[in-house]
Design a protein around this ligand. Structure first.
Ligand code: AMP
Ligand code: MG
Length: 409
C-alpha cells in the first residue's frame, strides 16, 4: 500500500490551460463513407456543393394560372392544364393562360402565375381580379440552391435539415468522421453494479452508466470495462484492455489523495500524464494522459465531479475527434434568479436550469451543489461559470454560462 501523501505532485492548471492541453492532443479520427440518408448524428468530412440549380426550370409557386403579365387584367383563354411532373412544351400565345399546379414548370412565354383564389374560370375563359407583374408567384431557376453553391461545409454535424439537403442535391453517400469508441472503467472496492446487493457502506456505480450515456450523447460508441477493485494489477489490466479496444478511455474514481487512489501512478507508468489537477470545482483531481496514441481521462469518483468534468473537458475532445467544426457548447450570459455563493479558492461550474423569462436568459440554481449530490444535475441545462472569488452573487447578477442542453420551457 502506498503511503498517504500530504501534497499532490501535480501542479494545479487553470481550466483554459487544461482545455488547451487536451485540444493540442486531439485530431479527427479517420473517415468512412456512409449512406447520407441516415447519417444524422454524424459529422461531414468534406464540403458538399450543389451540382444543379434548384429549381432547374421556372416553376409555379402556387396553384393557379400561368400567364403573360403584359396581357394585364384582360380575360384569357385557358388552353391546357399542366401539373407537377408534366411539362407544357408549346409557347403561350398572347391572351392565353394555362391552368398550372404548384411545382409544375412554366410553359415557354409565360412569365407570371396568378393564384387560383384571385381568379374565376368560366366556359374556358379566365377572369382575373387584378393584373399581375412579371415574376409573380414564379419559382425562379436557382432560387433555392444555386448550382455550384456550398451546401454543407466539412465539419458540419448532420441533423434533419442537413439530411434533407444531402437528399435534395442527390448525395446519397457521404464521407463522415468515424465515431470515437469510448471505454469506461469504474474503480472502487465499495462500488457495485446497480442491480447487485449493497453491503453497508457500499455504493452503486452510477458514474460508469452516466458517463457512457454522456459519451453516446456526444456521438460516440461505448464499451463498458466493468468495475475494477482498488488493486493495481486489476486496474492496470483493465486499462490495457480498454486501450486495445477504444480510442479514448475514461476511468472513474481513484484519482485523489487516498492510499487506494491508484489511477494517476498507473497512467504515469503506462504513458504521459499531461496534468493531474485543475483549479476547478467540482473535479479538481481530473487527470489527462496519453498512452501511445490513446487519450485517457482519469475522472473523479464523486458523481457530479465526474459528469461535470466530462462536460467541460472530455466532451469537446470527443467532438473534435469527430471533426466537429464547433466542438464547444454555446456560452451565454444569464441572469441569476436567486443568490449564489462563489467558492473562494477556485472557479466553480454550478448547475442551473436556464430559461427565457422576462426578455432574458434566466438561471435557476438546482440547489445544494455538493459533489456527491447527483440531484444537482437533474434537469440542469447549464453550467454557471462562477469565479473563485468568494463573493455572494445576488439575484439579478449576470454570469456567463455554458448551455449544455436546450433552453427549459
Ligand atoms: P474516489 O475518487 O475513488 O475517492 O471516490 C470519491 C467518491 O465517489 C467516493 O465516495 C466514492 O464512493 C464515490 N464513487 C466512486 N466511484 C463511483 C461510481 N462509479 N459511482 C458512484 N460513486 C462513486
Ligand atoms: Mg475510490
Amino acid at each position: 500500500m502506498q503511503p498517504m501523501r500530504r501534497e499532490s505532485p501535480y501542479p494545479m492548471v487553470l481550466i483554459e490551460e487544461a482545455q488547451r492541453i487536451i485540444a493540442a492532443h486531439v485530431a479527427p479520427l479517420g473517415v468512412e463513407e456512409v449512406s447520407s440518408l441516415t447519417a444524422d448524428g454524424r459529422v461531414l468530412a468534406e464540403h458538399v456543393y450543389a451540382g444543379e440549380d434548384q429549381p432547374d426550370v421556372p416553376k409555379a409557386a402556387v396553384d393557379g394560372y400561368a400567364l403573360r403579365a403584359v396581357d394585364g387584367a384582360a380575360e384569357r383563354r385557358v388552353l391546357a392544364e399542366v401539373t407537377a411532373g408534366t411539362t407544357h412544351t408549346s409557347a403561350l400565345p398572347p391572351g392565353a393562360a394555362v391552368r398550372i399546379m404548384t411545382g409544375a414548370p412554366l410553359p415557354p412565354g409565360a412569365d407570371a402565375v396568378i393564384m387560383v383564389e384571385q381568379t374565376d374560370e368560366r366556359d374556358g375563359m379566365l377572369h382575373v381580379e387584378r393584373a399581375v407583374s412579371q415574376g409573380d408567384s414564379v419559382h425562379t431557376v436557382g432560387q433555392d440552391i444555386a448550382r455550384g453553391a456550398l451546401v454543407l461545409a466539412r465539419g458540419t454535424a448532420l441533423g434533419a435539415a442537413e439530411i434533407g439537403l444531402l437528399a435534395t442535391v442527390g448525395r446519397v453517400r457521404v464521407p463522415v468522421y468515424r465515431r470515437p469508441v469510448v471505454a469506461v472503467l469504474a474503480t472502487g472496492d465499495e462500488v457495485h453494479e446497480p442491480d447487485m446487493p449493497l453491503g453497508a457502506g457500499g455504493i452503486r456505480d452510477s458514474n460508469r452508466y452516466a458517463l457512457m450515456a454522456a459519451a453516446r450523447e456526444a456521438g460516440c460508441e461505448t464499451i463498458s470495462l466493468g468495475i475494477a477493485r482498488d488493486d493495481q494489477e486489476l486496474q492496470r489490466a483493465a486499462i490495457l484492455d480498454g486501450l486495445e479496444r477504444a480510442d479514448l478511455l475514461l476511468t472513474s474514481g481513484g484519482v485523489s489523495m487516498g492510499t487506494r487512489d491508484l489511477i494517476k501512478p498507473l497512467l504515469a507508468e503506462l504513458g504521459t500524464v499531461h496534468f493531474g489537477r485543475i483549479a476547478f470545482k467540482p473535479g479538481k483531481p481530473t487527470t489527462f494522459a496519453t498512452i501511445r496514441d490513446r487519450l485517457v481521462f482519469g475522472l473523479p469518483g464523486y458523481p457530479v465531479s465526474s459528469l461535470v468534468s466530462f462536460e467541460v473537458f472530455v466532451r469537446p475532445a470527443l467532438r473534435r475527434l469527430q471533426g466537429d467544426a464547433r466542438p464547444e457548447r454555446p456560452r451565454v450570459q444569464v441572469t441569476l434568479l436567486e443568490p449564489i455563493t462563489a467558492p473562494s479558492d477556485r472557479p466553480e461550474c454550478q448547475r442551473a436550469v436556464v430559461s427565457w423569462q422576462d426578455g432574458r436568459l434566466s438561471a435557476h440554481s438546482t440547489g445544494a451543489q455538493g459533489s456527491s449530490r447527483l440531484l444537482s444535475l437533474r434537469g440542469a441545462n447549464a453550467l454557471l461559470l462562477v469565479p473563485g472569488d468568494g463573493r455572494v452573487y445576488p439575484a439579478g447578477a449576470e454570469l456567463d454560462a455554458l448551455l449544455t442542453g436546450p433552453l427549459a420551457p
